[in-house]
Write a protein that binds this ligand. Structure first.
Ligand code: CIZ
Length: 369
C-alpha cells in the first residue's frame, strides 16, 4: 500500500547521536560481565544468587536478549524469560516483593509503572537502548505539541517520561492491529522512535504517519546482500526478521515478527534451518525449544554490537551474574519513577493492554509483528 508519508515536509528535531564514545562505554561495562568465569567462580555466583533471591523475596525476570546464563538462571530459579511486556505482566502476577529485571532501563521502568508497590532492581541501571536515547522526552514533547492533529504512538523502547506524553504505547507484537484500529478511526499517527518498525507498519497499513527517525544499533546493521548470499548456501532456510530491521531486510523475510513471534515461528516442525535477524540472545530460547535445528545469525555490518558478537546489544550485555549478585547483596540500582510521570505513563500502557484484551489478541503469542 502506498501512502505518501508527510515526513518529507516535516522537520524533525536533531536527535542525540549514538557516538563511538557512548557505545564503547557500554561495551566496556559489558566486557566486565561477559569476562570468562572459572567453573568454580560460576558455581559460587549461581549459589549466591539463588540464596539471595530467596532471602530477598525476589524473582528474576530476564529478557530474551540477555545472556544464556541469565536466561537459564531465571528459568531454574522460578523466574521468567520473555519480552518486555510479558516480563512486566509476570512480575505483576508473581507474589515476590522484589523484581530483578535483567534487560534494559525501559524494561525496568515498565515493570515499575505496572507494579508500583514492588521494589524493582536492575543489575546495571545504565543499561539503556539506542531508541530510548534517540527520543528524549523534551524533544518528543515539543514535537507532539507542534503536531496536535496526530495521535502519538510510541514503541515500548522509550522512557517513562516519553510514554507519559504518548496517547498509545505499543510493542512490536501489537503495533499492526493498533495502527489498523487508529486508521479505522481516521486518525493520523505520530510514531516514535523506531523508523524501521514505523515504516514497516506504514507499508502494511497505509496509514498517514509521521515517523521519528530513531533506530536500534543492532537491527539497523542487518544486510540484505549478506542474507541473500547465506540463503544460497542454505536454500531451505526460512528467514526470520524482526521489524526493527531495514525495509530491504524485512522484504526478504519469510516471517516478520516480535521476539515472541520469531520464537514461535522457529517451532515450525516443517522447517529445520533458520536465518535469524534479531539480537543474538534469542538463540538461547530457539535452540532450547528445537535442539536439532540449525539457527544462523543473519549477516550484519558489525557496528554497534559487542566484541563478543555483532548481534549482541552492548546494553543488554551489561547484565551479568556478577552485577546481579552485587545488586541482590546491596539493594542498589532501584528503579524509581515520579508518581506523576508513572500515572501518566500508565494510561497509554493500559490502553494497549485493554485493546489486546478486547480484541482477544494474545500480545505474547502473535505470530506476526
Ligand atoms: O518489547 C520487547 O521485548 C522488545 C524489545 C522486542 C520484541 O520484539 O519483543
Amino acid at each position: 500500500m502506498s501512502v505518501q508519508s508527510e515526513n518529507e515536509q516535516i522537520k524533525f528535531p536533531e536527535l542525540p547521536l549514538i557516538t563511538e564514545d557512548i557505545l564503547s562505554k557500554a561495551q566496556a561495562s559489558a566486557a566486565c560481565q561477559t569476562a570468562e568465569y572459572t567453573l568454580a567462580e560460576r558455581k559460587a555466583l549461581l549459589d549466591k544468587i539463588t540464596k539471595l533471591l530467596k532471602q530477598q523475596d525476589a524473582v528474576l525476570v530476564a529478557h530474551y536478549y540477555t545472556s544464556d546464563d541469565l536466561q537459564q538462571l531465571a528459568e531454574e530459579s522460578g523466574g521468567y524469560v520473555a519480552d518486555s511486556l510479558e516480563m512486566a505482566r509476570f512480575g505483576h502476577d508473581h507474589p515476590a516483593s522484589t523484581l530483578i529485571v535483567a534487560g534494559v532501563r525501559f524494561m525496568g521502568e515498565t515493570a515499575k509503572i505496572l507494579n508500583p508497590e514492588k521494589r524493582v532492581l536492575m543489575p546495571d541501571i545504565e543499561a539503556t537502548c539506542s531508541l530510548d536515547l534517540e527520543c528524549p522526552a523534551d524533544l518528543f514533547t515539543d514535537f507532539c505539541d507542534a503536531h496536535p492533529e496526530y495521535t502519538s504512538v510510541v514503541y515500548a523502547n522509550t522512557s517513562a517520561a516519553v510514554k507519559a506524553r504518548a496517547d498509545w504505547v505499543v510493542t512490536s507484537g501489537i503495533a499492526l492491529p493498533i495502527i489498523k484500529h487508529l486508521a479505522e478511526r481516521n486518525e493520523k499517527v505520530l510514531w516514535a522512535p523506531d523508523r524501521h518498525l514505523g515504516s514497516y507498519v506504514q507499508r502494511e497499513t497505509g496509514v498517514d504517519m509521521l515517523i521519528w527517525p530513531g533506530s536500534c544499533v543492532i537491527h539497523e546493521q542487518f544486510k540484505a546482500d549478506g542474507i541473500r548470499n547465506l540463503k544460497k548456501e542454505y536454500p531451505n532456510a526460512q528467514v526470520l526478521v524482526h521489524p526493527e530491521s531495514p525495509a530491504e531486510v524485512v522484504d526478504l523475510a519469510d516471517v516478520v515478527g516480535s521476539t515472541t513471534g520469531l520464537i514461535k515461528a522457529s517451532l515450525n516442525p516443517e522447517v529445520n534451518e533458520f536465518i535469524v535477524a534479531t539480537e543474538a540472545g534469542i538463540f538461547y530460547k530457539m535452540k532450547q525449544a528445537s535442539p536439532g535445528k540449525i539457527f544462523l545469525e543473519a549477516p550484519s555490518g558489525g557496528l554497534g554490537g559487542t566484541c563478543e558478537s555483532c548481534l549482541r546489544c552492548p546494553w543488554m550485555a551489561m547484565n551479568g551474574l556478577r552485577n546481579l549478585a552485587e545488586v541482590l547483596e546491596t539493594g542498589a540500582n532501584e528503579i524509581t519513577i515520579e508518581e506523576d510521570i508513572r500515572l501518566k505513563a500508565l494510561v497509554p500502557i493500559r490502553r494497549m493492554l485493554d485493546f489486546a484484551r478486547e480484541q482477544q489478541i494474545a500480545v505474547k503469542d502473535k505470530g506476526n509483528a
